[in-house]
Design a protein around this ligand. Structure first.
Ligand SMILES: Cc1ncc(COP(=O)(O)O)c(C=O)c1O
Length: 468
């Protein structure tokens, strides 16, 4: 496929509308099980083909179908159970407590470290912001809370600020592309309740100077949340394998909470993450109890209410089945593949690797339009992540990318992509179209309108024009 083939980068939200029946209301009669499973199977297999090629950055962290079949079996046993109902399902207490304990031990937490299982990285970032806001109010009388994050910290923290009424201050990066600690120190005020650093951040896969941030947190009695959603389950194994990984976990005094996603490099199914606190004095601010409700006395640990025990069982099963040896083996392939890719990019004069990567390699081009490079890669079946501010791409290496031949094939296509970008077939790259719009009030307005329409479209059973 070439860059100019029309569908090489457009998203079709409704590829099935001509092939399968569209349900706009419940049918009077139910449908045969096998028939339903056949239809779902067709969609699943076609969609899995893309992931199976090993050409996708991030997203599919394990990729082993035996592994997923095993997790699904564990899920099946508890799919219908509700982890809120501990009287009926005491297994949830065993499984969740052990997921938290295993994660805490991996991140060098002592016996006082505690935590919760959440529905994903986003909840693992919103909950600690709630904790630091409410701790600031209860213990220091802070009514206009502020949190300082690096500009590369995950956007879910902006969502947390938006939902919780916290002012988010964004620190620039240093020449090494990590959080500017001096800027963060200079912006601590009486209203600051917490700092955030990433290990590693989504955009560039880099680890902020957590030890330096921790020193500021200790000096001012602030929370320091380390966002290890992406790196929490891979960096510890990189360190064990001898890679240079700066300390970011509970060995650093001053780190008060860490998020680590089991549904990324923990190799569980989508829908779980672990959030750890230095001690239960912090975690208590996350709990929600309500005693005067006609429905009964209610208490819950975090944002979610009822959750399926299946997802908890599958997460526990993933961790216990892999064990340290399993995580180390997968990590070895990932770090080696990332190093091959990094060195290959280093050897391409038109490209520049961002910072000192470990498992995720971000790169840009001082001279070429990197989105033209991406157009060619997309046409060759690669799915990298496009970044902005500055324009760049990243390859977040996962287990499917460690298959023999994948890194070499990628580097060969990347070299061709750089040649293509020198003489692109079209002036405006297809994959960068939206990025060019941001940055001005008018452009941002257009983008917001487009995104609202796109989100609306995701909840349409069929495109509006087809229904009219
Ligand atoms: C560093 C980091 N933090 C948080 C998140 C949010 O995780 P989720 O998509 O599971 O909510 C991500 C997702 O990629 C991430 O990379």
């Amino acid at each position: 496929m070439s860059v100019d083939d029309e569908d090489s980068s457009l998203i079709d939200f409704y590829p099935y509308r001509a092939r399968f029946k569209t349900y706009e209301r419940l049918e009077p009669e139910g449908r045969d099980h096998q028939n339903i499973l056949d239809e779902l199977g067709t969609m699943a297999h076609e969609e899995d083909r893309i992931a199976g090629l090993g050409r996708v950055s991030g997203s599919i962290y394990h990729g082993g179908h035996d592994h997923y079949a095993f997790l699904t079996e564990a899920f099946r046993l508890f799919a219908h159970s509700n982890v809120l109902q501990r009287d009926m399902y005491p297994s949830a207490t065993k499984l969740e407590a052990e997921i938290v304990a295993m994660t805490a031990a991996m991140l060098h937490g002592g016996p006082e470290v505690c935590g919760v299982v959440t529905f994903g990285g986003t909840e693992s970032l919103i909950n600690p912001m709630l904790v630091y806001r409410d701790r600031g109010r209860a213990e220091k009388g802070i009514t206009e809370p502020e949190v300082i994050i690096p500009v590369t910290a995950h956007v879910a923290l902006e969502k947390a600020g938006h939902l919780l009424g916290i002012k988010i201050l964004k620190a620039p990066l240093t020449g090494e592309w990590v959080a500017d600690v001096d800027w963060m120190r200079a912006h601590v005020t009486r209203n600051t309740v917490a700092l955030v650093g990433s290990a590693a951040n989504y955009a560039h896969g880099l680890i902020d100077p957590i030890e330096e941030l921790a020193a500021i947190a200790l000096e001012h009695d602030l929370g320091l949340h380390v966002d290890g959603c992406l790196g929490g389950f891979i960096l510890p194994w990189g360190e064990r394998l001898g890679y240079e990984i700066p300390r970011f976990d509970f060995r650093v005094p001053g780190v008060t909470s860490i998020s680590a996603d089991t549904h990324k490099y923990g190799y569980a199914l989508k829908g779980t993450s672990v959030l750890l606190y230095r001690d239960s004095g912090l975690r208590k601010y996350q709990y929600f109890n309500f005693t005067d409700w006609p429905g009964g006395i209610y208490f819950s640990p975090g944002l979610s209410g009822s959750r399926s025990g299946g997802i908890v069982a599958a997460t526990w099963a993933a961790m216990v089945s892999l064990g340290e040896r399993g995580y180390l083996e997968v990590a070895k392939g990932i770090f080696e593949t990332a190093a091959t890719i990094r060195h290959g990019i280093d050897a391409i004069p038109e490209l520049e690797v961002i910072g000192q990567p470990t498992f995720l390699v971000a790169f840009r081009s001082p001279d070429l339009n990197i989105y033209h490079v991406n157009d060619h890669l997309i046409a060759k079946g690669w799915r990298l992540n496009a970044l902005q501010l500055p324009a760049a791409l990243h390859f977040c290496v996962t287990r499917p990318n460690t298959a023999p031949g994948v890194p070499d094939a990628f580097l060969a296509d990347l070299r061709d992509a750089v040649d293509y970008a020198k003489h692109p077939a079209r002036a405006e790259p297809k994959s960068g179209a939206l990025y060019g719009l941001g940055g001005t009030p008018e452009g941002n307005e257009i983008l917001n309108t487009l995104f609202t329409a796109a989100l609306d479209a995701m909840y349409e059973v069929a495109p509006t024009e087809a229904r009219a």
